[in-house]
Design a protein around this ligand. Structure first.
Ligand code: SAH
Ligand code: SF4
Ligand code: F3S
Length: 438
């Protein structure tokens, strides 16, 4: 029997898909190379925006034909969509070929649930509860790894569904995280990405728990671990001490992903973000001053209810002032059950669209400018393997998170190479290795 996991949404879901894979492998299933070869297909879903849900529905629709050709195939749908109010019913109603629906809080029962689904359609969505401490994820890759440090979120940004579908914050004990990272490194891992909805709140829920900076210090001391990334930071809880901690560390990368969401104080208040435009600009300035060459990236929502043209111009102005290296930009999408969905002053779709395209145009120009500034400079690249588009070239990332392509043998996978940038585009850089190495 073979399984295949399809993942939508954020890196936490990607990490959860490794947990699901580990559980199914532990129950005796083999991993199928393609979905067409699978006897069990698990789809891990995202509910953060309407468009994310539409993509899931589209993919589930496509699985219907596949299942018709492979009778006995089990299709399971898990994660954030079933966990949200009414989500499980909607999936069962719309997709009669789905055999199993489960939420984010019973993901660890997936093997049992799949067996139950063989006897008949099964739905199990539990309320918030502890995750079992033991995890045995099946990772695809030795070199890079995602490591969740906390689950859940209680910030309740007024637009966001995540606190409702992921439950209250629960941090994993730092010794447990450290042990996991040590064993990863012993297996050849050189770069980790620590995951949480708000990593700067790490440890606040543990009795006597150490905070995020202490955790970084602990992991920074692990020999053989070259790079530590983390996502996501919250500008309310991210402070100057964090900037100092990163500046003082060896492995923590000089990349700050700090979602700003809006450049207008009025909108930030409506969003319940808990910081001002000025605080954000101060943080960005502190990063630029103390860590020259660092990259700062962000998430922005346009067309939040009540956002005026002036508010939007404030966002553009902030984007220009900070000079983000890149930004994920979204149109506000009302999520049922969140306060913003029923706020007054919903912005018409046309306005949201045109604001989004203006923002994207501006950010593209800034991204290109910042990338072009790297031409002629030497950067350190961790080689991840052959480039997907041009297999004769290698692909890797800088410490600041940019993709770089250059010529070199496949055997360099997993090594750090000095590369001089020769060309800059919007999405990646081209370069040449700077000396005979490794
Ligand atoms: N925990 C992370 C991000 C979670 S979701 C954080 O706090 O930054 C990722 C991004 O999706 C958010 O940063 C936000 O920009 C966007 N997003 C969340 N809910 C949204 C909604 N209802 N409409 C549009 N974008 C949304
Ligand atoms: Fe959503 Fe805000 Fe929590 Fe991020 S911090 S997951 S945007 S509620
Ligand atoms: Fe989506 Fe759930 Fe992540 S809603 S963004 S997959 S936490």
């Amino acid at each position: 029997m073979r399984f295949y996991v399809m993942t939508f949404g954020c890196q936490m879901n990607a990490s959860d898909s490794e947990v699901v894979s580990g559980l199914l492998a532990g129950a005796g299933y083999d991993k199928a190379p393609h979905v067409e070869d699978a006897d069990v297909v698990i789809v891990l879903t995202c509910s953060v925006r309407e468009s994310a849900e539409s993509r899931v529905h589209g993919r589930l629709g496509a699985l219907k034909a596949l299942k018709a050709r492979r009778p006995g195939m089990i299709i399971g749908v898990g994660g954030c969509m079933p966990q949200r109010e009414g989500g499980a019913r909607e999936i069962m109603g719309r997709h009669k070929h789905v055999d199993l629906v489960f939420g984010t809080h019973n993901l660890h029962d997936v093997a049992r649930l799949v067996e139950e689904a063989r006897a008949g359609r099964t739905v199990e969505v539990l309320e918030d509860q502890e995750r079992p401490a033991f995890r045995n994820p099946l990772r695809q890759e030795d070199l890079l790894a995602w490591v969740p440090i906390m689950h859940g979120c209680d910030n309740y940004c007024s637009y966001c569904i995540v606190p409702y579908v992921r439950g209250r914050p629960r941090s994993r004990p730092s010794e447990v995280i450290e042990a996991e990272v040590r064993s990863l490194v012993a297996g050849g891992c050189r770069e980790i990405t620590l995951l949480g909805q708000n990593v700067n709140a790490y440890g606040h829920d543990l009795p006597g728990g150490e905070g995020f900076s202490r955790l970084l210090g602990r992991l920074d001391a692990i020999e053989g671990l070259w790079r530590i990334r983390y996502t996501t930071s919250h500008p309310r809880d991210f402070d100057l001490d964090m900037v100092k901690a990163v500046a003082a560390s060896r492995a923590v990368c000089e990349h700050f992903h700090l979602p700003v969401q809006s450049g207008s104080d009025r909108v930030l208040t409506l969003m319940n973000r808990g910081y001002t435009r000025e605080r954000y600009l101060d943080l960005a300035a502190a990063i630029r001053e103390r860590i020259p060459g660092a990259s700062i990236t962000t998430d922005i929502i346009v067309g939040f209810p009540g956002e005026t043209q002036e508010d939007f111009e404030d966002t553009l102005d902030l984007v220009k002032r900070v000079g983000f290296d890149s930004a994920f930009t979204f149109m506000f999408s009302p999520r049922s059950g969140t306060p913003a969905a029923t706020m007054e002053g919903q912005v018409p779709l046309e306005t949201r669209k045109s604001r989004l395209s203006r923002l994207i145009e501006m950010q593209k120009a800034i991204t290109l400018e910042r990338n072009l500034a790297l031409v002629g400079k030497k950067v350190e690249v961790l080689v991840e393997g052959p480039s997907k588009k041009e297999p004769e070239r290698l692909q890797g990332r800088t410490r600041t998170g940019r993709y770089v392509h250059f010529l070199g043998p496949p055997s360099w996978k997993g090594s750090l190479v000095g590369v001089v940038i020769t060309r800059a585009g919007l999405w990646s850089l081209d370069g040449e290795r700077s000396e005979k190495q490794p």
